[in-house]
Design a protein around this ligand. Structure first.
Ligand code: KIV
Length: 275
């Protein structure tokens, strides 16, 4: 576990103080090398349970286990020296009761070295959030399109379309903020609803498919760099086509191997003139 702490490490109070200030830059990371690449540029690295779909080819995040989140959480902490690392709590690890949530979040904190956890849900999770925060576990909320509820929501569709639903999402964020969440993700929610939520809730609101009026933004890194192409949500802006570069590199390697152009003498041991 990376226990090294640096003076300039972004802390939970730093993030909480960013309401209405310079937008908080957040990205997902699941591995040490990716964390090392992203760390200098972001304030927060989220070890999202989206890893179930992005890395493991699952159809949803529901099958992700606590052990998977702990293994990837520890890997990201090992690669990050500056960003605040937050680990997603997987489905089934926190909904049962505040005590079960404490047991599992404490395990995540101890075994990964992360600074906090994220869990999905609105008003129904407020009691659990307060229970965790009171016992020293920093919690990030997640409202709007909550992927662990994909079946009850009827798919990955934008939320907040009816007035009742919009009000429930905003009230849920207010309850989670009141319970002590240091920040809240709002995902896949109509722009005017997310804007109103960010205006009303006194905690930093991090948007994904939400609104530029949020206090920060997050994307799944593999979407941003073009490494995940099973589907691309409307809210993703692709900044690179890394998948194309990998395909080209691998095709060139395959051709070199077939033509005996690789390895060259410089890649071999004990060849005259080479070390
Ligand atoms: O699991 C995840 O990656 C997330 C972000 C998309 C917010 O929850």
């Amino acid at each position: 576990m990376n226990t090294a702490s640096r003076e300039d490490r972004v802390t939970i109070p730093d993030l909480h103080a960013r309401k209405g200030g310079v937008p908080v830059v957040c990205l997902t990371a699941y591995t040490t090398p990716m964390a090392k690449l992203l760390d200098p540029y972001v304030d927060l690295l989220l070890v999202g349970d989206s890893l179930g779909m992005v890395l493991y080819g699952m159809a949803s995040t529901i099958g992700v286990s606590l052990d998977m989140m702990i293994a990837h959480g520890a890997a990201v902490v090992r690669g990050a020296t500056r960003a605040c690392v937050i680990v997603d709590m997987p489905f089934g690890s926190y909904q049962e009761s505040p005590a079960a949530a404490f047991r599992n979040t404490a395990r995540v904190m101890k075994e990964t070295g992360a600074a906090g956890v994220k869990l999905e849900g609105g008003a129904e999770m407020a009691e659990t959030v307060a229970f965790l925060v009171d016992r020293g576990i920093p919690v990030m909320g997640h409202v709007g399109l909550t992927p662990q509820s994909v079946h009850s929501l009827g798919g990955f569709r934008a939320r907040g379309k009816s007035e009742v639903e919009a009000e429930r999402i905003i009230a849920g964020a207010e309850a989670i903020a009141q319970a002590g969440a240091f920040a809240i993700v709002v995902e896949g929610t109509l722009e005017p609803v997310a804007r109103e939520l960010a205006r009303r809730v006194p905690t930093p609101i991090i948007g994904i498919g939400a609104s530029p009026a949020c206090d920060g933004q997050i994307l799944v890194t593999e979407d941003l760099v073009g490494l995940f192409s099973d589907f691309t949500p409307k809210f993703v802006k692709r900044y690179a086509s890394t998948g194309d570069q990998i395909r080209k590199a691998v095709a060139a390697y395959a051709e070199d191997v077939r033509q005996r152009r690789f390895p060259g003498p410089e890649h071999c041991f004990g060849v005259k003139g080479e070390k």
